[in-house]
Design a binder for this molecule. Structure first.
Ligand SMILES: *Cc1c(COP(=O)(O)O)cnc(C)c1O
Length: 417
């Protein structure tokens, strides 16, 4: 029946609604990035395109805070970046420690198994950080571990882990690290060189606010040495870095696969926006809007899942308040009546939390205020004791206090000069 009805329906051009995306990604895209994407396609070996590729690599090195030669956007979503790291870094029989504190750690375990490696899983409660002490215990108990893998910013819970310390611990025991920086890149500090991270991947559609489907990755010399000297072939032809580098490397430019050309135009523009704003300013902006949102949500009585020191500004996980019988209904109303998307809980947190993302271009005050007013109204309509005006005022006060503190700091700095 449904299929027949579908066939009768006249198909016209697709026009998606304008949504405010405050979920776990994708985030909203700056119009400059969308404009770049709509420019005419050119060939992937066109010298003008090749020049753009070099700029793209330079901009990515800035975002990752590294001078790693091997830094480029893999053709595919964050999951392709993840898989690229594992298939290149893990050989059959290798022991790999995976710190799991959410959904994406679980996927890392899957990747290790599919590469023929032996995962050693270090569990932490969802909503808590990966514990470097537990990682060290596992390294002591299991000599010869090749890689320690973990998620820097767990999008499923809004929790940050201490990438610098985990990398130190791993290196002390002769292991390399694979770091998931999909949600951290651009939104909160990740310093690949200073923290000595070996293989790191990210995604285009979270805090970089680019079109989905690209995955920046970066490998340091230690990781490259390993990939070059593997005993076995990388089991994935598409993701074998030894082959991809014939296209993305510095010396040769030969066909590997057709690069997603217009997507790369978009990423170039998104990274340029980040460069123009400045990384530190981008991190500070995410924190500023997070603090205002937090003030408003807490004024409504909502509680955060993650303790304060581990919270990601770009991913606010709050418990669904008591009194809400059907949290999916809340999200449905937000989407249909306010064009506002927020995220649901996953796995053991399904039905228990909401995830409010403030990523990249989505991290702006208008969106914070919309979220508080829309969510507050829906909760008040459901009979909860929520005062929308007070939540909005709390957010305004947070912005005002932060502006005052920043102005004070500028005066102090000016005096010192
Ligand atoms: C979104 C996300 C991924 C996967 O990225 P896709 O682009 O959806 O494949 C991996 N890790 C983390 C932490 C993420 O947030």
């Amino acid at each position: 029946m449904a299929a027949a009805a579908n066939q009768r329906k006249k198909i016209t051009s697709f026009h998606p609604p304008q949504r405010v995306l405050l979920g776990p990604g994708p985030s909203n895209i700056n119009p400059r990035v969308l404009a770049a994407m709509s420019l005419p396609v050119i060939g992937y070996l066109d010298p003008i395109f090749v020049e753009m590729m070099e700029e793209l690599k330079t901009l990515l090195r800035y975002a990752f805070q590294t001078d790693n030669q091997l830094t480029f956007p893999a053709s595919g979503p964050g999951s392709v970046g993840m898989e690229s790291c594992f298939v290149n870094m893990v050989e059959p029989g290798d022991k790999v420690i995976v710190g799991r504190n959410g959904v994406f750690g679980g996927r890392m375990i899957e990747n290790v198994e599919r590469c023929g490696g032996t995962p050693i899983v270090v569990e932490d409660t969802w909503g808590e950080a990966v514990d470097p002490n537990k990682i060290e215990d596992a390294l002591k108990k299991n000599p010869g571990v090749k890689v320690v893998a973990f998620v820097h910013a767990e999008t499923s819970t809004g929790c940050a882990s201490d990438a610098k310390t985990i990398a130190e611990v791993a290196h002390k025991h002769g292991a390399m690290v694979i770091v998931d920086a999909v949600t951290s890149l651009g939104g909160s500090p990740i310093k690949v060189k200073e923290w000595d991270l070996d293989a790191v991947y990210s995604g285009s559609q979270k805090c970089l606010s680019c079109t989905p489907g690209l995955s920046p990755i970066t490998f340091n010399e230690r990781a490259i040495e390993f990939v070059k000297n593997r005993k076995t072939k990388v089991q994935s032809w598409f993701m074998d870095l030894n082959l991809i580098l014939n296209y993305w490397g510095n010396t040769t430019r030969t066909y590997h696969h057709t690069a997603p050309i217009n997507g790369l135009f978009a990423l170039h523009e998104a990274l340029l926006l980040l460069k123009e704003e400045g990384l530190e300013n981008s991190w500070a902006r995410h924190t500023r809007h997070h603090l205002a949102l937090k003030a408003g949500l807490e004024s409504m009585g909502l509680k955060y899942l993650v303790k304060e020191e581990n919270r990601l500004p770009q991913m606010n996980a709050v418990y669904v308040p008591e009194g809400v019988k059907n949290e999916a209904e809340v999200r449905r109303i937000l989407l249909n009546e306010f064009n506002l998307e927020i995220g649901a809980g996953l796995g053991p947190l399904a039905g228990k939390i909401w995830r409010v993302g403030l990523m990249g271009y989505s991290a702006q005050s208008a969106n914070v205020m919309l979220c508080l007013s829309a969510l507050g109204s829906v909760l008040a309509d459901m009979g909860l004791n929520v005062k929308v005006g007070e939540a909005e005022a709390a957010a305004h006060q947070s912005y005002a206090a932060q502006h005052a503190a920043a102005a004070q700091q500028m005066r102090t700095t000016a005096k010192k000069k």
